[in-house]
Design a protein around this ligand. Structure first.
Ligand code: IPE
Ligand code: IPE
Ligand code: MG
Length: 241
């Protein structure tokens, strides 16, 4: 392994355990989500300071609609408030925000504030911050396939010209490099429909810490672990050959 310490360019996080965190404290689940929202803002700053270029967080999955209506509403309200309050901070910290997922199912006012935040931050050159809302990896692929099929139908593209780049470009994450490191908190070791295409060669890191307890020291631990991984991408390393 080379001795140089590597900061992953793109870190993706499945922020899990808000509900359990709250329950352990005898609080309603929504309090866990509120604390989780504070943590994500802090981690964005920490990631930026550490030199991470892209941070992608899973805020609401296509499956999370099946939760009780009150919880869904509380989550949407947190997202609403984030889109409004983060404008000034994103400008100050040069953050570029992109929401991935199917925005068409979101309430119109939320969609508008997402569009506004994306528009206002699109030329920022600092960390790229992707927030996955109503996101599912399968749904993202379905929408991408549909777009590509339309291009074929309209004669802009022929089937034999469909490359991996065509698919990359049709995904919500188009133009963003694949995650180098995926972190999932609170003990669960599964992908839960997150970034199915993009995680092909990401290193996976799981921690028992619930998301509301996650902090810079935990992020550093994950990056330390990443530095002990040997990424092969299907090839051979010097040790093996
Ligand atoms: C993660 O915390 C936040 C969302 C999925 C929206 P959870 O709400 O899943 O918390 P647990 O897994 O029930 O503890
Ligand atoms: C994944 O967490 C989705 C988000 C973090 C937004 P879940 O808590 O919804 O996933 P499962 O149900 O445990 O797989
Ligand atoms: Mg969960």
């Amino acid at each position: 392994m080379d001795s140089e310490y590597k900061i992953p360019a793109h870190v993706a996080i499945i922020m899990d355990g808000n509900g359990r965190w709250a329950k352990r404290r005898g609080l309603p689940r929504t309090m866990g989500h509120a604390q989780g929202a504070r943590v994500v803002e802090q981690i964005l700053e920490d990631a930026d300071h550490m030199g991470i270029r892209y941070l992608t967080v899973y805020a609401f999955s296509t499956e999370n609609w099946t939760r009780p209506a009150a919880e869904v509403k509380a989550l949407m309200n947190l997202l609403r408030s984030y889109m409004k309050t983060s404008l000034v901070k994103c400008a100050k910290n040069n953050v570029r925000v992109r929401v991935i997922g199917d925005k068409t199912a979101l309430d119109e006012d939320l969609r508008e504030s997402i569009d506004y935040l994306e528009q206002q931050t699109k030329d920022n050159t600092g960390i790229g911050f992707q927030i996955a809302i109503n996101y599912g990896g399968r749904d993202e692929l379905r929408r991408a396939v549909s777009r590509i099929a339309q291009d074929v139908k309209d004669g802009r593209l022929s089937p034999e010209d469909i490359s991996e780049d065509t698919i990359n470009g049709a995904l919500d994450t188009g133009g963003i490099p694949d995650p180098d490191l995926l972190i999932r908190t609170c003990g669960e070791e599964r992908i839960s429909n997150f970034l199915l295409w993009q995680l092909a060669y990401s290193e996976l890191y799981f921690t028992e810490k619930a998301w509301p307890d996650f902090d810079k020291a935990e992020l550093e631990k994950a990056i330390d672990a990443y530095n002990h991984r040997e990424r092969r991408f299907g090839g051979l390393t010097e040790v093996q050959s």
